[in-house]
Design a protein around this ligand. Structure first.
Ligand SMILES: [Zn+2]
Length: 280
């Protein structure tokens, strides 16, 4: 976990944790220790003491990627304990009625389904962000820039079992990856782009094609994280794209107005006008 409680029950982020101070698991209340300081494999985090177990048996992703994403959100939205019928789990982020799960490490379809079921039973919408860096290819071309692909062109490099999952309506799945192959050359290489998926199948990814890339800031705007400046939300980017496509489409079935009947119309209007005058 990246967020623990101090002895007064206040939330403490791992970044603010001090060696020697006591911290506690927000689910079971047992003492936790600071782990993996300076590790390259995982991010520094809180963990239960050796030999002590927690009733929350879910495996939580402890990657730097995960932590960076989570830290974009306010402290009170991070690792929120959610309880249903006495069962407690920690949502990576809970904001405005939406649970956001960030997943870098492998996870099974069963685990994903279990989490969806749990959070849905609590009345929340669920958003998954998978770290898909290095895992996506284009079946027909070299580019994996979503603005240069058709929405069915992308697929997994190696089809994995965990991706053969059915996503219910209240669940959205984003895939994040980096590409140096971007149309807009001014974009920084390290900028990740997000795909909002329509379908995630074992061998194919279908995504919402947009006129501009979806970045971290657009995602944060979508879900209500505080950000500075004018930024479009994901929904706004999609709507803008749809409006743009609609305007470009030839207007089929539009009636051409003939100019001939104009004289007749004018006469009728005049008659009405003169009647109106008489009534005054
Ligand atoms: Zn615990």
């Amino acid at each position: 976990m990246f967020v623990a409680a101090d002895k007064d029950g206040n939330k403490v982020l791992i970044e603010n944790a001090v060696e020697g101070v006591e911290y506690f698991c927000p689910v079971c209340g047992r003492g936790v220790i600071i782990k993996a300081k300076g590790s390259l494999a995982v991010a520094q985090h809180f963990a239960h003491k050796k030999g002590e177990s927690c009733p929350d048996k879910w495996r939580y992703d402890m990657s730097e990627w995960h932590r960076t994403w989570q830290n974009w959100f306010p402290k009170e939205c991070q690792e929120v304990v959610v309880e249903n019928n006495g069962v407690k789990h920690r949502a990576d982020v809970l904001i405005n009625g939406t649970v956001i799960e960030f997943q870098h490490s492998p996870i099974t379809a069963e685990e994903i389904a279990e989490r969806n079921k749990f959070y849905a039973a609590c009345g929340y919408k669920i958003v998954w962000v998978f770290d898909a860096e290095g895992k996506i290819k284009n079946e027909f071309d070299d580019t994996i820039d979503p603005m240069r692909c058709r929405e069915e062109d992308l697929c997994w490099k190696r089809a994995k079992r965990e991706f053969s999952i059915k996503m219910p309506e209240n669940v959205k799945v984003y895939l994040e990856y980096k590409t140096t192959d971007l149309i807009e050359t001014q974009e920084r290489e390290e900028d990740g782009i997000l795909l909002l998926t329509r379908k995630v199948e074992p061998k194919q990814i279908t995504f919402y094609k947009t006129d501009e890339h979806i970045h971290c800031l657009n995602f944060l705007k979508e879900y209500g994280a505080p950000i500075n400046g004018e930024v479009l939300s994901v929904t706004e980017i999609i709507q803008k794209t749809i409006a743009h496509q609609f305007n470009q489409r030839p207007q089929v079935g539009q009636v051409t107005i003939q100019l001939k009947p104009v004289r007749i119309v004018t006469k009728i209007v005049r008659r009405h006008y003169s009647r109106g005058r008489r009534g005054l």
